[in-house]
Design a protein around this ligand. Structure first.
Ligand SMILES: [Zn+2]
Ligand SMILES: [Zn+2]
Length: 232
């Protein structure tokens, strides 16, 4: 036994995601909506319907986030298609390119989450539907432990039901990176397409308003190897 007593368990760093109220009028790396940043070989994701998916938010993960520190996280979801995500597995693993697997009843995928290492300059045009707002990260220690439902990155998932575990097609167990609380609304511009099953005409929600857990491949086998898991 060491003289310092038993080793203390250090909580993994976590950050609260905070959304500003002043509309964003220029590109920013951390934003709701806004001007997406892509790696050179990465294009604006398209839904199976052919339309570009809407950028809900993007942010640079702080360097001390386990596995994914320094990566750029961006969350896309089609404005015309809305459902809970449906992880597609075979033999205990997610199928190869699981982010493109059909999401019944749809013949393809309506969401894409990217973790990019070094995205370059922002796109010239902003996300057209979701209103651009500044986003910032604040270190925090959750007083409610695993029961606090926060919009956050890092730390551990606060599961609404039983914890879920998934293995990437590459063999690695997915690791938690971000949680978006249920019924979190993202304001949209006047004239934006009305989201099916939405609660309001002036806001979108992710995955029918379910609690959203983003789990990603710690081996970084592909920028799109990020699985949204839904619970409510
Ligand atoms: Zn679509
Ligand atoms: Zn993988």
């Amino acid at each position: 036994m060491s003289e310092d007593g038993p080793a203390e368990w250090a909580a993994p760093p976590e950050y609260l995601v905070e959304i500003g109220t002043e509309p964003l009028d220029r590109p920013a790396r951390n934003s709701v909506g806004g001007w997406p940043c892509f790696d050179d070989d990465q294009e604006w994701p398209r839904c199976f319907c052919g339309d570009r998916m809407a950028l809900f938010f993007q942010l640079d993960l702080p360097d001390d986030i386990e596995f994914f520190g320094g990566e750029h996280l961006s969350v896309f979801h089609c404005a015309h298609h809305n459902d809970a995500s449906d992880p597609v597995t075979a033999d205990g693993r997610l199928v190869p390119r699981f982010w493109e697997a059909p999401q019944p009843p749809f013949p393809g995928s309506f969401w894409r989450v990217l973790l990019q290492r070094d995205p370059g300059i922002p796109e010239a045009e902003p996300e057209p539907a979701v209103r651009a707002l500044p986003l910032s990260l604040r270190p925090f220690v959750d007083a409610h432990g695993p029961f606090g439902m926060h919009f956050k990155v890092g730390g551990t998932a606060a599961w609404a039901q039983y914890p879920e575990r998934y293995w990437c097609a590459c063999g690695a167990e997915l690791a938690f990176v971000c949680q978006v609380p249920a019924y979190r609304e993202f304001g949209v511009r006047p004239g934006a397409p009305v989201q099916p099953y939405g609660l309001r005409d002036d806001a979108y929600m992710l995955f029918l308003g379910n609690e959203v857990y983003l789990l990603a491949c710690p081996k970084r086998c592909d920028p799109a190897a990020v699985l949204p898991v839904n619970q409510r």
